[in-house]
Design a binder for this molecule. Structure first.
Ligand SMILES: [Ca+2]
Length: 287
């Protein structure tokens, strides 16, 4: 092999290396660009949207899925501050990553959860607001454009196959202008058999709050959850606390360190069996 051939091969390798670097940079820039939002961005959701980009950037380009908007908010690093949702019905569609059923020994792991564990986990420091016209026209009206978060998956006429929980707050956030219904919290046989859901970071979701469970983090002293202009109805808990709303802390490890403000809400027709504690089927505040 002469010197000219060696130089050519070295040059070829350098060019290939440069090309690979360029491709990697372009890939990274593309990934960054896809999640780049301005601070304070509002994204839009409409279950009946037709056409558009489906990226939530406007009513015309609305997400069809509320979960997609929640995912975008979580990925935005706090830049998305508000999710506006048009009238319609939205059902949980995502199982919490890495969640397990566990029994009352509070074991660290257990049986992977099933579809009934799908729930809307509210994004941190984001205002989620319903009651908008599907095309964004006219004034917001939570009655005319009723926006329903429903746990009624599976058979529409059978509540026993519904989601266990509809909405979970685990940090600061706001829910405004929704009807929350159809949570049905009876897991397994319901008699202490794999009856809790544990998330990978250790949070254990309690028995109550099939409609809304506010589970304040134990390590943050200024966690604030705001619920305005909502109707919480027809949720059910077996052996537990308030079926409509349960407010608790980061069980089992934490101290109660959060504020919950519930204003102008109607909480009705929630029920539970085999009552163990709390103050009734509507709302439980557990310290
Ligand atoms: Ca059902």
């Amino acid at each position: 092999m002469n010197n000219t051939e060696t130089k050519c091969r070295r040059l070829g390798r350098k060019l290939m290396s440069l090309l690979l670097t360029l491709v990697m940079m372009l890939t990274m820039l593309s990934a960054i660009d896809s999640t780049a939002y301005a601070a304070g961005t509002i994204v839009y959701v409409n279950a009946s949207v037709v056409g558009g980009k489906g990226d939530g950037s406007s009513w015309a380009n609305a997400f069809a899925s509320l979960q997609d908007a929640i995912d975008a908010a979580n990925a935005s690093g706090g830049l998305i501050k508000e999710i506006r949702v048009a009238g319609g019905t939205y059902k949980p569609s995502k199982i919490p990553d890495g969640a397990f059923f566990i029994n009352t020994s509070l074991q660290p792991t257990g049986t992977p959860v099933t579809d009934r564990a799908m729930m809307f986990i509210m994004p941190k420091d984001v205002s989620v607001r319903g009651g908008y016209a599907p095309n964004g026209s006219g004034a917001r009206d939570v009655t005319a454009y009723e926006t329903i978060l429903s746990g009624n998956i599976g058979d529409e006429n059978d509540v026993s196959d519904n989601c266990y929980y509809v909405v979970l707050f685990r940090d600061s956030g706001e829910l405004d202008g929704f009807t929350v219904t159809g949570g049905h919290r009876r897991i397994g046989t319901g008699d202490y058999d794999n009856e809790f859901i544990r998330l990978p970071d250790g949070l254990i979701i309690l028995r109550g709050g099939a409609g809304i469970q506010i589970n304040h983090p134990s390590t943050v002293s200024d966690s604030n959850v705001i619920i305005n202009n909502c109707t919480i109805e027809k949720n059910y808990v077996y052996e537990g606390d308030g079926a409509g709303i349960t407010i608790t802390n980061s069980y089992p490890s934490g101290n109660f360190q959060g504020n919950s403000t519930i204003t102008n809400c109607l909480i009705r027709e929630n029920s539970h069996d085999e009552y163990l504690g709390g103050i009734g089927p509507a709302v439980t505040y557990r310290k």
